[in-house]
Every structure is written in C-alpha cells, then in structure tokens.
Design a protein around this ligand. Structure first.
Ligand code: ADP
Ligand code: MG
Length: 255
C-alpha cells in the first residue's frame, strides 16, 4: 500500500472557531486504494477535518493536497484563491454525510444524475446508464423513479452513495454515514461501503462503529482534542493500544 500514490495529503492542519482551537496541527495521508477510518469522541474534530478537505471549512494553517495538487489558499483570513480549482477538486471528492441531503423534489435517478449533468456537463445518455449502474450497485435500481420520501433511511443513504459515486470521485469521504439509521437499516449501508472498499476505492471514513472500522480499514486514526493521538492498523490500534486515552475511548465504546 505504501507504493501507491497519495490521494489526500493533509499537513499541519489548524482550524479554530473564534477562540476555540478545534484542529491543532493534523497531518495525514490517504493513498490510492487505502481505506482510512477516523475515530474519536464526539467533538474531537472529525467532521471539521473532513470539511477542511473539500474546503467547506478553510484551515487557518496547513496545506491540503488532492491528487498531488495543492489547494490554493491566500489572504487573511485565508480563502480559496482559485474558484475553478475548488470547483474541480470538489467534483473529485464523493461526500456522504450523516443526513442524506437528497433533493426532495427530484426522483432518485435525477438526484444521482444532477452533478454529472450540470456540474460536470457530461452527456445525458452516458450519465443515465452510469447512474442506473450505480443504483444497481447499491441495490436500489428499482427505486430510480421514486422520490426520496418514498424510501427508507437506509435506501436514501444508499441513493446518496450512488450519487457520490456517479461523479467518478478520486476518493470517497464518509462522515458517520449510518448514525441517523436504525440498526437494521445500518447493515445494508455498511454492506455497500464494504463492497466499495473491496473494489479498491480510496476512502476516508468517520465512524462510531468500531467493529466496522476494524473489518474495513487498512489504517485507523484516533483523533483526540484536535490532534492525532494514535494511528495504526486495526490490529495495532485495537490489540496493542498504546494511548491510555484511546484505551479509555475503546472501552467506553464496548471494546
Ligand atoms: P466531531 O465530528 O468529532 O464530533 P466536530 O468537528 O463536529 O467534531 O466539532 C469539533 C468542535 O468544533 C466541537 O466542539 C464543535 O462544537 C465545534 N464546532 C464545529 N463546527 C462549528 C462551527 N461551525 N462553529 C463553531 N463551533 C463549531
Ligand atoms: Mg462529526
């Protein structure tokens, strides 16, 4: 895995809200084909870190590289200085959030086709064929012409995953994709994420599900109060935990 090129490189990321420092110098790399799980207590900065990758939040310090390309930031406070670059980079990142964020007035198929058609300006025929293929992959092709409100939460989240896949992202970013779901619906979403991991997709996944992190991740990163406290393979992190804080966190999570 060390031989594949890096897809996401974060170096010394700092982010504050007012006086509160949320990220205090976080560096991480996700290489092509790697599945990296981000774990940590609520409030430790996991979502903020993901949001710094697509510049929904702009870090005050540090650099973000996607596919080897540095996101251009300048000014005080810093802002993305190259709008075209940000638009292009965002269209290479497949984001899946806790809440599904589907357009309620559009069919599932139209939701999935929206960005490829209107942002990426691709051909409708080609996009529709690919959208149906992605819906098939996540197991809801039969719901293509339904509206989000006619779907269960698990089906809506799978539609959101299909939508993220349809932009052909370099990397998939998941932020607690199952935390709004009942346990029986959670399993069907986890199964889809596992399928994507097995296909060799690069993924950065925030999860509260330690069992899932353990089965899916090549590498696990434990964030604590805005810093990486421990990082390693599932075995290193779960079996030979070094940090007392991580030990405490895992034991509170039932491990
Ligand atoms: P996690 O995802 O690990 O639970 P977050 O990244 O959401 O943590 O939040 C980290 C800290 O930053 C929390 O204390 C949260 O209250 C604070 N925070 C997050 N977003 C904002 C915001 N937009 N404005 C102010 N504080 C925020
Ligand atoms: Mg969060």
């Amino acid at each position: 895995m060390n031989s594949t090129p890096p897809v996401i490189e974060l170096a010394d990321i700092h982010k504050s809200y007012g006086d509160i420092a949320v990220l205090k110098g976080v560096s991480l790399t996700a290489r092509q084909g790697e599945v990296v799980a981000l774990i940590g207590s609520s409030g430790s900065g996991k979502s903020t870190l993901l949001r710094c990758i697509n510049m929904l939040e702009v870090p005050e310090e540090g650099t973000v590289k996607i596919g080897g390309e540095t996101v251009e930031l300048s000014g005080k406070p810093r802002k993305p200085s190259n709008e075209r670059q940000i638009r292009r980079i965002r269209s290479e990142l497949g984001m899946v959030f806790q809440s599904f964020n589907l357009w309620s007035h559009m069919s599932v198929l139209d939701n999935v086709m929206e960005a490829p058609l209107h942002v990426q300006k691709r051909q409708r025929d080609e996009v529709e064929a690919e959208a149906l293929e992605m819906l098939d992959k996540v197991g809801i092709r039969d719901k293509a012409h339904s509206y989000p409100s006619q779907l269960s939460g698990g089906q809506q989240q799978r539609a959101a995953i299909a939508r993220a896949l349809c932009i052909n992202p370099r990397v998939m970013l998941f932020d607690e994709p199952t935390s709004a779901l009942d346990p029986e619906l959670e399993a069907e979403v986890l199964r889809v994420i596992k399928l994507l991991a097995d296909e060799g997709r690069t993924m950065l996944l925030v999860t509260h599900d330690m069992q899932f992190a353990r089965t899916i991740a090549d590498r696990i990163i434990f964030l604590h109060q805005g810093l990486i406290e421990e990082e390693g393979t599932a075995e290193e992190v779960f079996q030979s935990t070094r940090s007392p804080r991580l030990r405490q966190f895992l034991s509170a999570a039932g491990h």
